[in-house]
Ligand binder design. Structure first.
Ligand code: NAD
Length: 349
């Protein structure tokens, strides 16, 4: 099976690329190399004959047509996106252009290719999406996002992802394109770009800087180790039923404050400070506008239908992640110089 992966130089896409190649699958990685990309993420596979890279923007239809013709993929796994909620508040236009118009463009290129090939049954267009399209949950622990939860996006990011999910579903209903959609909770792990909460906390802690916690830190997120997400995506693309969507999550709800304190406790053991705890650096800052209170995923469909379960607990995953950042300063240090990285963004007026 030959995979065309968009966004394969990003955080999750690169995990998919690395895992697919290590399982003997051919991969063509299509990426525009935005500020969030890092080709070092796929360094371990660049010399493999199974790997190819195409520097292209998904908004460029002609480039996509050439890539489909050149590589003849069996499957598209679409991860390319603008992904940072705070940046979507400051500059929503890039999110509309890539996440909505880019997905439309990719759908059309994939449909033309699929028709030209005689509509092969095994073809799949897999859209990788987020649980943020479902909005915010009440604190009742029984309330979780299922695949039937109505869409209720609140941020420009989640609205753009909801729009692209709708386009993908429409291309299945209208044109018969064999699509799959997955909606996943928050990811963390190696190669996490240093603008997202977990790497920001680890790196600011090590730098002796304040650890910013939005609002009172009570917002709840459901965390999944990125390698487990990549494994789930490769499971869905192989065995999922066309036209179906699957929620992916690790059943690991934590308040942001609990999460930050856990990271501090891990660092206290691995790299103790001269005095005190890293938790002493925690600083509460103004909340994000429209900050969703709680996300939690019901992942029973992917478990019962496709047999997927996560391989690590959040404690194991966080411990591995902290160790990875301690061991890979040469990876993260240059990325901190990229525009806006590690700064407070998305406060509106
Ligand atoms: P990321 O920001 O780390 O990487 C995105 C990649 O897409 C980058 O390599 C970037 O260069 C590329 N890209 C951006 N615009 C492009 C364009 N116009 N054309 C081609 N390439 C382009 O993102 P991520 O965190 O790895 O997320 C990947 C996907 O998974 C996204 O679709 C995101 O919505 C979804 N998702 C992310 C999470 C999460 O916790 N990070 C959770 C659920 C779903």
């Amino acid at each position: 099976m030959k995979l065309l992966v968009t966004g394969g130089a990003g955080f999750i896409g690169s995990a998919v690329v690395r895992q697919a190649v290590s399982r003997g699958q051919s991969v063509v990685n299509v990426d525009a190399l935005t500020y969030a990309a890092c080709l070092n993420n796929v360094e371990s596979v660049v010399t493999s004959p199974l790997y190819a890279f195409e520097h292209a923007n998904i908004q460029d239809r002609r480039a996509l047509d050439l890539i489909f013709a050149r590589h003849d993929p069996d499957v598209v796994m679409h991860l390319a996106a603008e992904s940072h909620v705070d940046r979507s508040i400051d500059g929503p236009d890039a999110f509309i252009r890539t996440n909505i118009l880019g997905t439309f463009n990719l759908l059309e290129a994939a449909r033309a290719y699929w028709v030209r090939k005689g509509k092969p049954e095994h073809f799949r267009f897999h859209h990788i999406s987020t649980d943020e399209v479902f909005g915010s949950l009440p604190s009742d622990p029984a309330a979780k996002f299922t695949e039937d939860t109505p869409y209720d996006p609140r941020s420009p990011y989640s609205a753009s992802k909801a729009s692209s999910d709708h386009l993908v579903r429409a291309w299945h209903e209208t044109y018969g394109l064999p699509v799959l959609i997955t909606n996943c909770s928050n990811n963390y792990g190696p190669y996490h770009f240093p603008e997202k909460l977990i790497p920001v906390v680890i790196l600011k802690a090590l730098a002796g800087e304040p650890l910013p916690v939005y609002g009172d830190g009570s917002n709840i997120r459901d965390w999944l180790y990125v390698e487990d997400h990549a494994d789930a995506l490769l499971t869905v693309v192989k065995n999922g039923t066309a036209g179906r969507s699957y929620n992916i999550g690790g059943d690991n709800e934590r308040t942001n404050l609990e999460l930050v304190k856990t990271l501090c406790a891990i660092l206290d053991v691995k790299q103790p400070k001269a005095s005190g705890s890293y938790a002493d650096q925690i600083t509460f800052v103004a909340d994000r506008p429209g900050h969703d209170a709680r996300y939690a995923i019901d992942a029973s469909r992917i478990g019962s239908e496709l047999g997927w379960t996560p391989s690590v607990t959040i404690e194991q995953g966080l411990e591995r992640t902290v160790q990875w950042f301690l061991d890979n300063e040469a990876w993260w240090r240059p990325l901190q110089l990229r525009e806006g990285t590690g700064m407070r963004l998305g406060r509106t007026g």
